[in-house]
Design a protein around this ligand. Structure first.
Ligand code: SF4
Ligand code: MSK
Length: 662
């Protein structure tokens, strides 16, 4: 059945250009995407679910609570604040668990590498030594792999630690923040323990105080940010190399007409790295040629894409919202998936073509997919088996369409070490120049744009916020699918400096960096914590993260992981702005998140739907921090107006595309 789409006349903006182009082709006529499902569902969101006041934590319910209405509390007496805070805490626990299970796999892979098993080596010895120091590991006169093995084993022990001592990595935070965590009682202990305790405390009849529940939500989130996510990022860097700036390309146009196209979708870089090595293997290349292809073209989707983009410059075909569109090209032989953010619909879309969805992780199987288990002990063999399967599909490829013009240049690879080198120079790497430029006002502050994209708001949301921030001299750090969206918008590129304000432009031009720095995947938000800590330690901008003129946003968040990230940012002293939070049905708890947390952590959550409003909140918060530091100069906020948009050859805001059926 051909899908009737209502079209998107007049929309020429680049963020949705490739999606629109693919779905307007005849070959995509039978493909049903999320855009179609949104249009055909016709059901508005449940108010109790959106407000966070639906509880199904026991079998006396489900209970739908209306705040302030006595008859509408839970059967057990639970109030709206209790229910919404329990639900919020469970979201944080689920998001932290996802990062943690991913991180554990990375640590296990690191241990195998340290033992000399598999195709990888220890690549970043400097980082190995600095992390060994954090764990109190003796390094003098020892073999590199010996140090790495001890580090891997100590890192693995952090997950299951049962004593009450805090996680080792917490000592990387500013001293004042560590003191605050101790005082509040939110220092995380074992990573797994915090998730388990969170689930216990939200069980029926346990913790019923929204503030007390939120303390454990902070502890759980901190175990993620400063524990599992940070371990994953750091050990991955040690094993695969800390990213350095490199040029690459993003968007659907990275698929190749004459090669076996294999997209890697999910999160765990162990699989993706093995595929990168296997794709160059002579046996695999010979098989591809025998099948009539010129080679194997690997391309990323979602955060796996960001991992290999950052470290290897492998192109990213799609972010989260474009995963179905990549398949709808008909040009992909296999979409290889592991864990997280894989829509079940990809198997249904693939059925229209010769494409196989290959699941690779026992945790994440799908109906209608082929399963080839990725074996951590022989990663190369697993990767080759996957590619051989993909190559077999090449001859079955039918009609296809690749939007070849949809291909944007990006410069990526901005680890916190890279920022250090770029601004301070390789021989005196330091955050001093960044701090000085913030103090002298060339750079007004730092804004992080992180997280997913979703189908609720236009993809343009990321772009609008980023353009407004850089125009106002705010350096943007980006991760996850937000970074991919900004890449598609042409902003992750030194040439985008023409859109920046004069101060930021001067700094970016001097060192040749883009005004939007791609810092990696969603797990890599821990890089932002370290960068913020380095800025504090460098001096001149206060003595805690909460003093910095810096703020984060996840405007188009989708995954529970984004809420865990938001909570660890706030608990670390950095304000965040989200497009919505499922807590609005509980007055006191909502107020506590949006205001009350400030008194405890020096930071709080903000909610705003409109991207311009998000940018306004971010700029205001940065100016307030500058004021408190005594470094503010009164200046007008430069509004991102119609004239500027015309100047950039873009459509007016609001005429952007919310997908092909918008
Ligand atoms: Fe209802 Fe209380 Fe059970 Fe929740 S825990 S479902 S509010 S009775
Ligand atoms: S993949 S968690 S949609 S960033 Fe990390 Fe993208 Fe968000 Fe998934």
């Amino acid at each position: 059945m051909a899908i009737k789409r209502s079209g998107c006349e007049g929309c020429a903006d680049i963020t949705c250009g490739s999606t629109k182009e693919v779905l307007s082709q005849d070959i995509a006529g039978s493909v049903v995407t999320a855009y179609d499902r949104i249009e055909s569902r016709g059901v508005s969101a449940c108010l109790f679910g959106s407000g966070g006041t639906c509880c199904r934590n026991c079998n006396m319910g489900p209970c739908q609570i209306i705040d302030g209405v006595d008859e509408m509390i839970g059967v057990c007496g639970a109030t709206a604040d209790t229910v919404a805070s329990r639900n919020f805490a469970r979201i944080v626990a689920a998001g932290s668990a996802a990062h943690t299970d991913h991180a554990r796999e990375m640590v296990k892979g690191f241990i195998e590498t340290a033992k000399g098993n598999g195709p990888h080596q220890i690549k970043d010895v400097d980082k190995l030594m600095s992390l060994a120091a954090v764990f109190g590991i003796e390094t003098e006169g020892r073999e590199i792999n010996d140090v790495a093995l001890e580090l891997g084993e100590k890192a693995l022990a952090e997950f299951g630690k049962q004593d009450d001592r805090p996680l080792s990595m917490l000592k990387r935070a500013p001293a004042k923040r560590q003191e605050l965590w101790k005082k509040l009682g939110v220092e995380p202990r074992g990573v797994d323990r915090e998730v388990v305790e969170m689930m216990h405390r939200t069980h029926m009849g346990v913790d019923q105080d929204y503030k007390n529940l939120t303390l454990q939500a902070s502890r759980t989130a901190l175990a993620d940010g400063w524990g599992s996510s940070m371990l994953s990022t750091e050990l991955t860097d040690i094993m695969f190399g800390t990213p350095v700036p490199r040029r690459a390309i993003v968007d659907l146009g990275v698929l190749k007409p004459d090669q076996v196209n294999v997209t890697v979708h999910g999160h765990e870089p162990l699989l993706a790295e093995a595929l990168c090595i296997a794709a160059q293997d002579e046996e695999i290349l010979a098989l591809a040629k025998k099948a009539g292809a010129k080679g194997v073209n690997l391309a990323g989707v979602c955060c796996t894409g960001n991992e290999i983009l950052m470290r290897r410059g492998i192109p990213v075909a799609a972010g989260f919202i474009q995963q179905e569109m990549a398949l709808a090209t008909g040009a992909i032989e296999a979409m290889v998936v592991d864990v997280q953010c894989i829509m079940q619909s990809v198997a249904q879309v693939a059925r229209n073509f010769h494409t196989d969805i290959i699941t690779t992780n026992y945790r994440a199987k799908m109906p209608d997919a082929v399963h080839i288990q990725f074996d951590e002990e022989s990663p190369l063999e697993s990767a080759k088996a996957i590619l051989k399967h993909a190559i077999k599909n090449y001859r079955k490829r039918g009609e296809f369409f690749i939007p070849e013009k949809s291909k944007l240049d990006v410069v990526v690879g901005f680890s916190h070490e890279t920022i250090n080198y770029m601004l301070g120079g390789r021989f005196r790497a330091s955050y001093r120049p960044l701090n000085d430029n913030i103090i002298n006002g060339r750079i007004r502050g730092v804004g992080a744009i992180v997280g997913c994209d979703n189908f609720k708001l236009t993809d343009e949301g990321h772009e609008i916020i980023a353009r407004e921030l850089i125009k106002n001299d705010i350096l943007v750090l980006a991760t996850g699918c937000a970074a991919t969206a900004l890449g598609r918008a042409g902003l992750v590129n030194p040439e985008a400096v023409r859109f920046a304000g004069p101060g930021l432009a001067e700094v970016c031009e001097a060192v040749g960096m883009p005004p939007v720095l791609h810092m990696g995947s969603c797990v890599d938000n821990s890089r932002i914590l370290i960068a913020a800590t380095e800025m504090v330690k460098e001096g001149g901008l206060g003595d805690d993260i909460s003093d910095l003129p810096a703020i984060g946003t996840a405007p188009l968040w989708m995954s529970e992981k984004a809420v865990a990230i938001g909570q660890y940012f706030v608990a670390s002293g950095a304000q965040v702005v989200f497009q919505s939070l499922p807590v609005s049905g509980a007055k006191q708890f909502n107020k506590y998140l949006l205001e009350g947390m400030m008194g405890e952590y020096g930071a709080h959550w903000n909610v705003a739907e409109d991207p311009h409003e998000i940018a306004r909140i971010m700029i205001k918060a940065i100016d307030e921090k500058r004021e408190a530091l005594g470094i503010n100069k009164q200046r007008e906020r430069v509004l991102f107006d119609m004239a500027m948009r015309r100047d950039m050859g873009k459509n007016p805001v609001g005429a952007g595309c919310h997908g092909p059926g918008a």
